[in-house]
Design a protein around this ligand. Sequence first.
Ligand SMILES: [Zn+2]
Length: 298
Amino acid sequence: MEETYLKAAQIISGSGYGVALSGAGMSAESGIMTYRDRGGLWDRYPEGGKYGILGLIEKHPEDALAIIRDFIGVLKKAMPNAAHRALVELESRGCLGSVITQNVDGLHAMAGSNQVYELHGNIYRLRCLSCGNRIELAKDEFFEMADRVIGTTFLSLDAMFSLIPRCECGGFMRPDIVGFGEPVQDFEAACEEVSICSWMIIVGTSGMVYPAASLPYLARENNAFIIEINTEKSKLSHLADILILGSAGRILPLIMEGIGLDDESIPERLSHSKTRQGISLKPRITKRIEKGGVRHEC
Ligand SMILES: [Zn+2]
């Protein structure tokens, strides 16, 4: 085994508190396109990089419907990959304290991670525009609703929201994902996690989207050891003590081998977990929501 992998394994299996920060690259191996890569959502629809999906619907409803159809189709097929499962195993072994993610796909929770901070929200959750009430949807409930939305033609955000069930208070509900310029969720709690961590593992994030990209800097200020796994160098790579270039689904299991856990044994252990018993089909979401007023900026 390469020395770099062994060194990463030693850091992770040490006694210090560990935190993972994941981005779109983490979900890419689950079939969810990365936004900024060639062929990704923002590559095909550059305006989306500025306005987000909700902004695109507002500006170009016909294109937005195609985007949503694509995205929903991909979500339906997406399952947690080996990298998600490796983080679950590290958490269950007491090596990893929490996962902080920019992803809205709920895959960390579906894989079985218990402590997940979703900075950009969760697509399987609705939020009331009037009273702020939040409802978590089971996957089948979500896709039933999504099919209703994409099976029709809508010309505005209001028209789309009118197809989503109303809140108990009578208010319109919208998907609880964070659009560009909107406040991120869980940021205060994420900063608390980062400020106490001894090591951070960065997986599949470009480091271009703030405030998420500020977290490795905070870790660094607190003298945390930083391990980065990305397919290519990122804006955060200069902070990393260990940088491993390649696919997280291949590399994380190799690091697990370095701490005495081989990839082969992971699915077997998970087969006894709640995930495989079907309990976690409804994504488990952290209860600490939107304490910070920090905005999601590109
Ligand atoms: Zn309400």
